[in-house]
Design a protein around this ligand. Structure first.
Ligand SMILES: [Zn+2]
Length: 257
């Protein structure tokens, strides 16, 4: 097994959700949940102290090097969004940092699966260029309930009715995660498409990647009530997405939402 980011060996255990998040957990045992689809599928809930969700697919130089630096650079941006609801604006620089961190974390969550969905070259470019793969969408929102601190799942997306020349399997990947009050939705369509979501989501999620042109007022006015509502909300958002080819979008004058 070689490192999914740089090809190096040996690999060590890396936490899917970084250990600094434990600072925001109440003391004692937490309920954590892991799920895997496809071959060897499981969905289990268990008790643990702190966030101990790991995968053994990353080498120590990546783990202790660029990935650790990314956590340090992201923590100050993420912590206020995780712990508070009285925010004002998220700057463009902060939006980019959140999108980068969310993409890296979604990549780690994908590695928990038997057959990860994201192409290996996208992980290599995250390592070499800290690049968010082309086509990645990241939306954010908020939830009034802080606990459970981390809720996430991964979804295999079947792209139907869209032409995807570079992606004959037509499989995309979606990873919604709630980290404290902050809700993040990472979507990899793996095809060149213009995406719109249903009108009902316009007041509850805001796109931060691809880049917006302005600071973002936050939190949005409409929010899922709690962790369970977040899971339903995240699935409903994905099901509401309309994917158009660039030609269709141009023909109908459609803008990305
Ligand atoms: Zn590595």
């Amino acid at each position: 097994m070689s490192c999914v980011f740089c090809g190096g060996a040996p690999v060590t255990k890396e936490h899917v959700f970084p250990q600094w998040l434990n600072d925001y957990l109440p003391p004692g045992r937490q309920q954590t949940e892991q799920a895997r689809y496809g071959e060897g599928a499981y969905d289990k809930t268990r008790q643990s102290v702190g966030l101990d969700f790991t995968v053994k697919k990353v080498c120590a130089p990546c783990n202790n090097g660029w990935m650790s630096q990314m956590e340090v650079a992201s923590k100050d941006v993420l912590a206020p969004l995780i712990t508070r609801q009285n925010l004002d604006f998220i700057t463009l620089r902060q939006q980019r940092q959140i999108a980068l961190w969310a993409t890296k974390t979604a990549m780690m969550a994908d590695q928990v699966q038997h057959k990860p969905l994201l192409p290996p070259q996208q992980l290599r470019r995250m390592h070499t260029h800290q690049a968010i793969p082309g086509g990645t969408r990241v939306w954010i929102g908020a939830c009034p309930q802080r606990e459970p601190l981390v809720t996430s799942h991964t979804v295999r997306v079947h792209l139907t009715g869209v032409s995807a020349p570079g992606n004959p399997q037509k499989v995309g990947f979606y990873c919604p995660m709630k980290i404290g009050h902050l809700c993040i939705y990472v979507y990899f369509p793996a095809a060149d498409v213009v995406i719109q979501h249903a009108r009902e989501f316009h007041l509850s999620v805001a796109r931060i990647w691809p880049r917006r042109s302005s600071d973002l007022p936050f939190p949005p006015p409409v929010q899922p009530r709690n962790g369970e509502a977040f899971e339903h909300f995240a699935d409903a958002l994905q099901q509401s997405l309309y994917l158009y080819t660039p030609e269709e979008a141009a023909e109908h004058g459609l803008q990305e939402s």
